[in-house]
Design a protein around this ligand. Structure first.
Ligand code: PHB
Length: 364
């Protein structure tokens, strides 16, 4: 027997670092490819505002991945947070979300080698090492093989760290309550962390400590800019997404979690298993991460009503993030409270322009 809804911790207020949240249901970051590309990857159209406003029943919304620079972009029509027009666009969204009673983080993103000059204004993608990802990149021209990336120099790495810092400053100016650093799913930070893409022999490669260096420099730069209590990171220790793997995920991500704990950041957001796929991928102990990190633990990947309620009730997680369920159910929290059936997401409209499959999913 589950407790009456009002007693379930999943639906009770809480805190993520400095941010007070009305419940522990989080909207996970979701690429929707509906920013205004012609205007310069600018979010904040009436449709974008409506999409996020509809989902403000979440205690916390994490924005779709938002590039910190033109080279950070790897998909069609993803929004940025490096220009003034982008900041003003985001302001319209955060204002609507706040008026509806929710909180919102900017997910700040650099895709690294998972890109193509067709998406970066002709620039060659960058990575820790000159090793191409065996993936197809979705561009206007169709699906294109990810090219050989340029291996970042130490000076160039410092510039990218500074782009993250500026993106975090922009996020607060845009009205966000904080920032989620995208450290997951085979993108730039993850490319430094895991030995499948990091073949460096300098201070940023080789040992676990060296492979964590870039992630921690980004965290330190962001936390110094906006405060540790408004800074968190999303990680996916074992996901095979974007052709990335590591020989010993427990060693790398264990060391990283302990270093993050020492920094006192607000949260870690863990994709448990394969992103959007099976949870039972071996290689990392999420309970260990929970016990070794004193900030909030946001759990993600394949949760449903019962498993989310149980994870928060038992203390295994402070909050649970839902991706596809939130995409297709703007009133997800209401549905979880009542046990109502969920709408099914339609993959044909995940990345298509317009309202279909974006703002037209039915509510109860
Ligand atoms: C995607 O659009 O497929 C996508 C974007 C960001 C992620 C994962 C998947 O972290």
């Amino acid at each position: 027997m589950t407790a009456p809804t009002q007693d379930l911790k999943l639906f009770q207020p809480g805190r993520i670092g400095d941010i007070a949240i009305a419940n522990r249901v989080v909207m996970a970051p979701l690429t929707r490819s509906r920013a205004d590309e012609a205007a310069g990857d600018v979010p904040g159209s009436a449709l974008n505002v409506e999409y996020y406003r509809q989902r403000s029943g979440a205690g916390l919304i994490v924005s779709e991945g938002t590039q910190i620079a033109p080279l950070g972009k790897g998909y069609i029509a993803t929004p940025g947070i490096h220009s003034e027009a982008q900041v003003q666009g985001w302001r319209r969204i955060t204002q609507a979300v706040h008026e509806a009673g929710s909180k919102m983080l900017a997910q700040i993103w650099h895709v690294g080698r998972v890109s193509h000059p067709a998406l970066t204004g002709g620039l060659q993608p960058v990575a820790p090492s000159a090793v191409a990802a065996q993936v197809l990149v979705r561009a206007h021209e169709g699906k294109l093989p990810a090219p050989l990336p340029h291996a970042l120099s130490v000076a160039e790495i410092a510039d990218v760290v500074d782009q993250y810092r500026r993106a975090a400053a922009n996020a607060l100016r845009a009205g966000f309550d904080g920032v989620e650093i995208h450290g997951a799913n085979g993108y730039l930070i993850d490319q430094f962390l895991r030995d499948g893409a990091n073949h460096r022999s300098d201070a940023y490669g080789g040992t676990v400590e060296n492979r964590c260096r870039f992630a921690l420099q980004v965290v330190d730069a962001v936390a110094a800019e906006i405060g540790a209590g408004r800074t968190g990171i999303r990680l996916s220790p074992v996901t095979p997404a974007n052709d990335l793997a590591d020989g010993n995920p427990q060693a790398v991500f264990g060391a990283l979690v302990q270093a993050l704990d020492r920094r006192g950041i607000a949260f870690i957001h863990l994709i448990e298993g394969a992103t959007g796929g099976p949870r039972d991928v071996p290689g990392f102990d999420y309970g260990w991460a929970r016990r070794h990190f004193r900030g909030a633990y946001i759990a993600n990947n394949g949760y449903d009503r019962e498993t989310a309620i149980a994870a928060v009730a038992s203390g295994r997680a402070d909050a649970v993030a839902f991706g596809r369920a939130f995409l297709a159910n703007p009133d997800l929290v209401q549905r979880l409270k009542t046990g109502a059936a969920l709408n099914k997401p339609d993959p044909r409209t995940f990345y298509s322009p317009g309202a279909a499959g974006y703002t037209d999913y039915p509510t109860l």
